[in-house]
Design a protein around this ligand. Structure first.
Ligand SMILES: Nc1ncnc2c1ncn2[C@@H]1O[C@H](COP(=O)(O)OP(=O)(O)OP(=O)(O)O)[C@@H](O)[C@H]1O
Length: 235
């Protein structure tokens, strides 16, 4: 057993095009320890989202090994993968992905309904807890379009937290926010990291990466660590 929550070794992924195979991830190796807060920087098309989808068990690599919480994911059935996903992973997206015709509380209940381990009698306590954590206890009955972008992203983070995952995978979490709201979201993610969550953020933005303990750069499907001065210099 290691204390790596995520361990990737020699991961490769290609997509087929009419013009031939397009190699998107090349020999990716990455170890993330429990409770770390990590950024992956990289230009558009460099392979960041593809890597995040594999880490979040939404896609699979062609070759290489992926251990999530010391379990080799290639050995698991679809049902076991969905259980592992429910248990360990919360997602935060750039576009918030809230359901427009549901209230905040109803949006937060959606992942609970897919999680058989959580009883319906626990729903309201869970919803109240996560709304308090993101500072939106007074917005439970609002619809997404009645909230600012920053508030919608806080609801999305509350939704990511509701099944009490230990890992947050964040895909450009500040990409649609102004700098003031972006800073608030980074403070919230930083607080969750301090509480012990493992936080992985993919971003184009050095100011976001500078809030993290470590950063990596994705370039043409290859991942390499960045030194402190490389990603903190613009801040
Ligand atoms: N399902 C797919 N089928 C074919 N090609 C794909 C597929 N998904 C991604 N790709 C290709 O993989 C490459 C990397 O895409 P990916 O979305 O991972 O990049 P990214 O770094 O996240 O970009 P962005 O920052 O713009 O979201 C791109 O060239 C893209 O066209």
């Amino acid at each position: 057993m290691t204390n790596n929550v995520i361990s990737l070794t020699g991961l490769n992924k290609s997509f087929q095009h009419h013009s031939g195979d397009n190699s998107v991830l090349k020999q990716i190796s990455l170890q993330i320890k429990t409770g770390e807060m990590i950024a992956i920087l990289g230009a558009s098309g460099s392979g960041k989202s593809t890597l995040l989808s594999i880490l979040g068990l939404l896609d699979v690599a062609d070759t290489g090994s992926y251990q999530l919480c010391n379990q080799d994911v290639s050995a698991l059935s679809a049902y076991q993968l969905s259980q592992l996903r429910n248990q360990h992973i919360g997602w935060v997206f750039q576009n918030f992905n809230l359901i427009a015709d549901m209230t905040v509380a109803e949006n937060l209940a959606v992942p609970l309904r897919f999680n058989p381990a959580i009883k319906a009698t626990q729903y309201s306590e869970r919803i109240n807890d996560v709304l308090a954590k993101v500072g939106l206890s007074d917005r439970a009955s609002f619809y997404p379009d009645q909230l600012s972008g920053g508030q919608q992203q806080r609801v999305a983070i509350a939704r990511a937290l509701i099944c009490q995952p230990d890992i947050l995978l964040c895909d450009e979490p500040t990409g649609n926010l102004d700098s003031n709201n972006a800073a608030k979201i980074m403070t919230l993610l930083g607080d969750l990291h301090i509480e012990g969550k493992t936080v992985l953020i993919i971003t184009h933005d050095n100011t976001v990466a500078a809030c993290c303990q470590k950063a990596y750069k994705m370039h043409d499907g290859e991942l390499s660590p960045l030194e402190d001065e490389e990603y903190r210099r613009v801040v």
